[in-house]
Ligand binder design. Structure first.
Ligand SMILES: Cc1cc2nc3c(=O)[nH]c(=O)nc-3n(C[C@H](O)[C@H](O)[C@H](O)COP(=O)(O)OP(=O)(O)OC[C@H]3O[C@@H](n4cnc5c(N)ncnc54)[C@H](O)[C@@H]3O)c2cc1C
Length: 495
């Protein structure tokens, strides 16, 4: 074996991050020995249920996992985007499609230019969302499946399904709990387990969640806080059983609350809610009381508070240690980005290892670190505009957000918007070309929150007529479309 060649990868932690990383590495680099250490004593976090489009693209297109197999293991529901109860409009939608930044051929500017104050949708996917529908109905009366959808997944069911897929791919999943990591010249020398075993590998992946056992504790890699942009640091979570016949919403709801916001995620049998809040502005007891007032169907006995810190490790790959998932960074789930980052990091690590024939250099590690840092910082910047421009409530928390939230790398983009509105400048000039949200994300949030434009474009009469005809057409399609319940039934028959 060549010195420095990686043949054996040991992943600490069998949550979403550890298993997704293992599956990706083993499926793409099958010659490697990939081992996951699963603790029988320490559980998984048990939250993390919304994805964005990166997840299905990673699973089905990049890894080639069969959709039918995945659906049968995990029972996901569909998520077409996010419905925000945010800003001055009653609501607005951020669809997983090119709608705000797209341009209909009959008009001259990006579609976001033409969205009126009372318009609830701007294209076919947001029209479906506005009608609580998941798929258009085809000529046979059945759902016309489309790919503009991510998933809602129950965390424990996802973890169980990923473990099955990992074992089928040849990943070794073994029980063990870390007691102490030994440091060595390369980074980590060995892991000592509570059952007295001492295990070694060529590359260690820290997927131990918030404990960050290897990168945070053993390697002491500094943590870069996002607290200047993101003030929330806790969530109270709970849910209730869905009644038969109750609509399954095909989107995540994000609702403004007194000191943060609340999600609603619909599964087939459960509806989950969580209130993400800022503890300097609201006590746990008051957050729980507000949460229960808004959600009287939640059983108070089932609620729990989860604490978190927003930020990332300075470097994600140091020596022979890589961190992934909550062990490497965390931001609140306002755009459901944690699983997205896990997919992007797993794929980038895998591609990097393939390129360097599993003999990584400092240059490879440095490039990887640059990518991961930019990815996290891009997410922080995008989330900051949700807080800086939300005018819905006037209280100490939201006033502080509107005056003090640091927009970071989003500042230039928002200044441009205020001057010129939704100009179809090429993606990559004002925002990072690798941004997961792109112009679509920025336009959705800036238009949805009605961030003022100093000299807005005035559409011509012909444009106004064409616009109305478009929206009316999408509205008719959506009124006649299929609900998530109908689609689940049809999908099961097809499978
Ligand atoms: C309130 C909240 C809501 C969230 N919502 C979303 C969402 O909607 N979408 C989204 O993408 N993400 C969301 N997340 C993030 C979510 O946590 C991640 O998506 C993901 O589930 C975390 O996976 P993980 O594997 O990093 O952590 P964990 O699930 O915590 O897994 C860590 C693993 O490491 C193991 N471990 C720890 N210490 C040891 C040890 N000493 N020895 C051996 N094993 C050990 C544990 O047993 C576990 O298996 C949310 C997070 C929070 C807090």
């Amino acid at each position: 074996m060549l010195r420095g060649m990686i043949q054996h990868i040991l992943i600490l932690g069998a949550g979403t991050a550890g298993l997704l990383a293992a599956l990706t590495l083993k499926m793409k680099l099958p010659h490697l020995k990939v081992e996951v250490l699963r603790s029988p004593d320490i559980g998984v976090i048990g939250v993390g249920e919304g994805t964005n489009i990166t997840f299905p693209v990673h699973m089905f297109e990049y890894l080639g996992v069969s959709k039918e197999r995945f659906y049968s293991l995990v029972d996901p529901t569909w998520k077409l985007g996010i419905r925000f109860l945010w800003g001055s409009r009653p609501d607005f939608f951020y669809p997983f499609a090119t709608e705000f930044s797209g341009r209909f051929p009959e008009v001259t500017r990006a579609n976001a230019t033409y969205l009126g104050e009372k318009d609830r949708w701007i294209g076919p996917i947001s029209a479906l969302m506005a009608h609580d529908k998941a798929f258009p109905r085809n000529a046979n009366g059945r759902p016309e499946m489309h790919d503009y959808t991510a998933f809602h997944l129950e965390n424990r069911r996802l973890v169980g399904g990923l473990e099955v897929l990992c074992r089928e791919a040849g990943v070794e999943v073994t029980d063990g709990t870390l007691s102490r990591a030994e440091r060595g010249s390369e980074g980590i020398a060995a892991l000592n387990l509570t059952d007295s075993r001492r295990v070694k590998a060529d590359l260690y992946v820290d997927a131990s969640g918030f404990r960050s056992e290897l990168m945070g504790q053993a390697m002491a890699e500094p943590f870069i806080s996002f607290s200047r942009s993101l003030y929330c640091d806790r969530a109270v979570v709970g849910g209730w059983k869905r009644k038969p016949g109750e609509t399954i919403l095909p989107y995540t709801l994000a609702e403004t609350m007194e000191a943060g916001w609340a999600w609603r995620i619909d599964h087939e049998d459960l509806i989950n809610r969580g209130y993400v809040y800022s503890s300097p502005f609201l006590s746990d007891d008051d957050a729980r009381a507000e949460f229960l007032r808004k959600n009287p169907r939640v059983d108070p006995e089932t609620t729990r508070v989860v604490k978190f810190v927003s930020g990332r490790r300075a470097r994600a790959w140091v020596g022979n240690c890589v961190c992934i998932g909550n062990a490497g960074g965390f931001v609140e789930p306002l755009e459901a980005t944690a699983i997205q980052v896990i997919c992007q990091q797993s794929a980038t690590l895998t591609k990097g290892l393939a390129e360097c024939q599993c003999q990584p250099s400092d240059a490879m590690r440095s490039l990887y670190n640059r990518f991961v840092s930019k990815d996290w910082d891009d997410i922080r910047d995008f989330l900051s505009i949700h807080y800086r421009f939300n005018t819905r409530l006037d209280n100490p928390f939201w006033r502080a957000c509107r005056s003090d939230v640091d927009l970071g790398g989003a500042l230039e983009m928002t200044e441009f918007w205020k001057a010129h509105g939704p100009s179809a400048i090429p993606n990559g000039l004002l925002i990072w070309a690798g941004s997961s949200f792109g112009l679509e994300g920025y336009f959705s949030l800036l238009k949805g929150q009605d961030v003022p434009v100093s000299k807005p474009y005035q559409p011509t009469a012909a444009e106004k007529t064409a616009w109305r005809r478009r929206l009316d057409g999408y509205g008719s399609m959506a009124r006649n479309a299929c609900s998530a319940e109908e689609a689940i039934a049809a999908f099961r028959v097809m499978a």
